[in-house]
Each structure stands twice: as structure tokens, then as C-alpha cells.
Design a binder for this molecule. Structure first.
Ligand code: HEM
Length: 76
């Protein structure tokens, strides 16, 4: 069975809570495709290191989904 191509709108955008978008709005817009794409490396580093979100790290499944989206070339 073929692997479904990751999508920002379907798989990544829903991972960011309103409080995440609010907290990080001065640095970048987590609800906007282009902003997340442009800052993907440092966003992924902060997630993978567990330093962000500030109120508790993502699961490995969630960070894995973000990494797979990066590896797939940041599909919309
Ligand atoms: C999935 C959600 C989040 C992501 C991906 C994220 C990502 C990041 C990144 C990449 C930085 C470094 C910014 C830089 O290099 O300029 C950062 C800094 C920061 N974040 Fe978040 N963040 C998230 C959620 C939150 C939440 C929920 C809070 C608190 C309510 C928060 C508070 C902060 C603060 C205070 C800083 C600046 C201080 C620092 O560098 O430690 N973030 N975040």
C-alpha cells in the first residue's frame, strides 16, 4: 500500500495549538505554511530536543510527522 504524501494543512498545521501560535507569534507564524517552512530547521530542533512547546514536549510520533514532512520536501 503506497505511503500517503505528508501535507502541511492535513498533517502539520493541526499539531500547533492556538496557544503555540500565540506564544511564538513574535518569532514566526506557526499557522502559516511559508513561515513554518522557512523556519523548519530550528522549529524541528526545538521540538526534537523537547525544549518546545514550553509546556511539554511532543510525542515521537508528532516530531516524526514533522520530520517526514520536511523530508518529503515540505508539501502544502
Ligand atoms: C509547537 C509549538 C512551539 C514551537 C514549534 C516553538 C518553537 C520555538 C523556537 C524554534 C524557538 C527559538 C526561537 C528563535 O530561535 O528565535 C522558541 C523560543 C521560545 N518559545 Fe517556543 N515554540 C512552541 C511553543 C511555545 C509555547 C507553548 C511557549 C510558551 C507558552 C513558548 C515559549 C517560547 C519562549 C519564551 C521562547 C524564547 C526563549 C527561548 O529561546 O527559550 N513556545 N520556540
Amino acid at each position: 500500500m503506497s505511503q500517503q504524501q505528508p501535507s502541511f494543512e492535513r498533517d502539520i498545521r493541526p499539531l500547533f495549538r492556538p496557544k503555540d501560535v500565540e506564544a511564538m507569534s513574535k518569532a514566526f507564524d506557526l499557522s502559516a505554511y511559508q513561515d513554518v517552512r522557512d523556519n523548519a530547521d530550528r522549529i524541528y530542533q526545538a521540538l526534537a530536543n523537547g525544549v518546545m512547546p514550553c509546556d511539554g514536549a511532543w510525542t515521537s510520533e508528532q516530531t516524526g510527522a514533522f520530520h517526514a514532512w520536511m523530508e518529503a520536501g515540505y508539501p502544502r
